[in-house]
Ligand binder design. Sequence first.
Ligand code: MLT
Length: 261
Amino acid sequence: MRVKYQARNVEVREEGSGPAVVLVHGYPLDGDMWADVSRRLAEKFRVLRPDLPSRRDTPHPSQPTMADYAVWLAAVIDAAGGKAGVAGFSMGGYVLFELHRARPEAVAAAAFVDTQAPPDDADARLVRNRAIFTAREMGPSAVSDRMVPKLLSPAGSRRTELVERVRSIVRRQNPNSIEHDLLAMRDRPDSRPTLDAIRVPTLVVVGSEDAITPPAKAEEIARGIAGAALVTIPGAGHLAPMENPDAVAAALSEFFARSLR
Ligand code: MLT
């Protein structure tokens, strides 16, 4: 699908037909992280996998903020008919919180996958600043070397082919996208006070071994949103959609089939 955005035609990966489902990737990744889940969901849905700003042909954000990323996500949904089921993984979840605050009518159902509602605390902001320095001085492969072990569970880290796939996605990211993501995540607002404003059907998914946004963070989101369901993916780390795409796709498929009728 082509989306007109900032005077450009931006290509968005699309497969399948049916109700629209948009899969939003995390950091430091792109829409390919959802490839396996998307293939399974495409049996029932029209699945869109945009790249967030500063990747491939998606323009730079006017400001590196989650609010600006959400403007792009809203443009994708508008091009797809104005309303969609949205699944946001980690940073993609931060964007989904923003999208829901700015354009609640665009979100027909929300899935928060391995993500969290609180903002960065002082220590986390310091870590972001150091990562910005690493990306500038040493490039995306240094970020990859530090990041990949944290994305997977101990068992996932022993799967050579999986590790290589994750690495190749991280390594092809350009320094701009890495820096913009880090700034946007570092300065993101607290989404806890607006959890109870989310009134659409909601699913929360988390890998039981998620070391970046552990199950307690998922429980906090589920507790804050009336009627939200929580699914735990046993044995999966943070990057559950790549580590166990069958289980994540099954949870999302059942949820979106029910809520996008
Ligand atoms: C992500 O997976 O998108 C990021 O690791 C989230 C974060 O660092 O807060």
